[in-house]
Ligand binder design. Structure first.
Ligand code: GYE
Length: 305
């Protein structure tokens, strides 16, 4: 069949699979929602889920994948923390004959290719998220802003691509500039600390672009502590759609919110079944993300995670 011809591992048809999910960390609502979605889907289908949490360490995540290979799971779902360090884990799974899907983040595309070295990448188009964020935000600030950017974890595909997409998106607006850009590691408290430092160095900043809601919420705390009003003194664009993020849109603190949906369970498990059935899996199963502003946030709030 097709899988064999391409040198990808074959997955036997079974009623129930033993499926590994290698999570990257669990210190934020996005990760918790993603893990819950995997657990719910496994429970629904009666599949065994082998769950590991790399606790924010790419090295531990490589070890986690190795232990899944040693346990001979049927399939591995990997949410790779960083693009480069997880490449060896992907290649080892291939060598061991275990089909692997990259979930939500991808690995370095030059070194390990979906459709060749692993089955598929299932996740959002982060460059597109950056474009959407930039375009909608340009409207919200009338094409004029001095922006502080809080990047996600260094070396993570959503951090690299959200940076690229946003930069491309604001290029059309000569009066929109990024005055400072630094990683807040996708974490709330780090976001608060980094924003505080950057804002002290750039008190003329008028805007924040946060690569995720957790960092944005940290930055909002820092703004309020500095006596500034988010949504007035500092305009904000963020990504994810957590409960706190969505509420901040409703409260007028965040002007533009781009969705990034963490509920991967149904999609990922469906892809596994389709692969076992010999169906053609696209190399990239793209999640489409919605755009939220004050005008449409009310209908989203109940499903925020
Ligand atoms: O935006 C962030 C999470 O990889 C798409 O990682 C994901 C990102 C998400 O920790 O909140």
């Amino acid at each position: 069949g097709r899988a064999l011809a391409q040198g990808l591992p074959v997955l036997k048809k079974k009623d129930k699979y033993k499926i590994g999910f290698a999570q990257t960390e669990s210190n934020n609502p996005w990760r918790l929602a993603q893990t819950q979605s995997m657990r719910d889907e496994a429970a629904k289908r009666g599949w065994q889920l082998v769950y590991t949490d790399a606790a924010g360490s790419a090295a531990k995540q490589v070890a986690d994948v190795r232990s899944m290979i040693a346990q001979r799971v049927d399939v591995i779902l990997l949410a790779p923390r960083e693009e480069k360090p997880l490449v060896p884990a992907v290649m080892e799974a291939k060598k061991a004959g275990i089909p692997l899907f990259c979930i939500d983040r991808s690995v370095d595309r030059e070194a390990a290719k979906p459709g060749r070295d692993y089955i598929a990448f299932i996740g959002s188009d982060f460059v597109q998220e950056g474009h959407m964020a930039a375009e909608a935000f340009a409207k919200a600030v009338n094409g004029k802003a001095k922006i502080i950017e809080l990047q996600g974890s260094v070396g993570a595909s959503p951090a690299n691509d959200r940076m690229k997409g946003f930069k491309e998106g604001i290029a059309k607006f000569p009066e929109m500039q990024i005055v400072a850009s630094q990683s807040g590691d996708f974490a709330r408290d780090k976001g608060r600390q980094v924003f505080e430092t950057l804002y002290q160095a750039h008190p003329d900043a008028t805007a924040l672009y946060g690569h995720n809601d957790e960092m944005t919420m940290g930055a909002i705390a820092a703004m309020e502590a500095a006596g500034k009003t988010p949504g007035k003194d500092i305009m904000i664009v963020s990504i994810d759609g957590t409960k706190d993020g969505a509420q901040a849109v409703a409260d007028g603190k965040i002007a533009v919110l781009v969705e990034c949906n963490p509920h991967f369970g149904p999609k990922a498990f469906d892809a596994v079944v389709a692969y076992a059935n010999g169906e053609k899996i696209p190399e990239w199963v793209v999640n489409t993300d919605r755009l939220f502003t004050k005008d449409n946030i009310a209908s989203y709030l109940p499903e925020a995670f």
